[in-house]
Design a binder for this molecule. Structure first.
Ligand SMILES: [Zn+2]
Length: 184
C-alpha cells in the first residue's frame, strides 16, 4: 500500500511511525509485566519493564506535542499542488482512470478512499510478480486487503478471489453485529 500524501505530510508520517512504535513498546511492556507476575522475582526484568513503561509515556507525550504543533498549521499551497500534479501524472493510477481495478470504486470519491489508494501488484510480489506498471493496477484499500497475497495471475482471477473473501467478511460482519447488538 502507498500513502499518496507521504511527501506532503512529513510530520504526519513521523507521528504515525512513532505511534506505531509506541504500540510495540506497550505490547512488550504488557508481555514483560505478565511474565514478571507469573515468574519468580527478576530485578533485571523489572528494571526493563519500568524503562519500557517510561519510554511509552515519553513517546506518547512527543506524539501529542507533535500533533498539537501541526494542528492548525496550513499546508503550503505549492506542496498541495506538487502532490496533486504527481498523482495526476501517475501512470498506474491514470491508466486505471483512478478507479479500483477490482470493484470499480472511484478512488477520488472521498478522502478516506483517496488517502488509502494502492498501486496493487496483480501477481503478488511475494510470488515473483514484477514491480513494473504492467503488473500494477489502482486499487482501493478494501480490495487490496481482501486480495492480500492470493495466488492470482490476472485481474479476473483477483476479482473472483476478492468476491469470495468479501462474501465471507460480509457474513462475519453480520454475525459480529448480532453478537454485539449493533443495528445494521
Ligand atoms: Zn476495490
Amino acid at each position: 500500500m502507498i500513502a499518496p500524501t507521504d511527501r506532503t505530510e512529513p510530520v504526519a508520517e513521523l507521528v504515525d511511525g512513532l505511534a506505531e512504535h509506541i504500540d510495540h513498546v506497550r505490547r512488550y511492556h504488557g508481555r514483560l509485566r505478565q511474565r514478571l507476575r507469573a515468574g519468580p522475582r527478576d530485578r533485571r526484568l523489572e528494571r526493563l519493564a519500568r524503562q519500557l513503561g517510561q519510554l511509552a509515556i515519553v513517546s506518547q507525550q512527543l506524539v501529542d506535542r507533535a500533533t498539537q504543533a501541526s494542528a492548525g498549521q496550513a499546508v503550503p499551497r505549492d506542496r498541495i499542488e506538487a502532490a496533486a500534479r504527481e498523482l495526476a501524472a501517475d501512470p498506474i493510477l491514470a491508466g486505471g482512470d483512478y478507479r479500483c481495478a477490482y470493484c470499480g470504486r472511484d478512488l477520488l470519491g472521498d478522502v478516506e478512499t483517496f488517502s488509502t489508494i494502492s498501486r496493487d501488484h496483480i501477481v503478488p510480489k511475494s510470488l515473483g510478480g514484477p514491480h513494473g506498471p504492467r503488473n500494477r493496477v489502482p486499487s482501493c484499500c478494501a480490495c487490496d486487503r481482501l486480495k492480500s497475497g492470493a495466488a492470482v495471475e490476472n485481474v479476473a482471477d483477483a476479482r473472483a478471489v476478492i468476491a469470495r473473501r468479501r462474501e465471507f467478511r460480509t457474513a462475519v460482519l453480520e454475525h459480529v453485529r448480532q453478537l454485539v447488538g449493533r443495528d445494521p
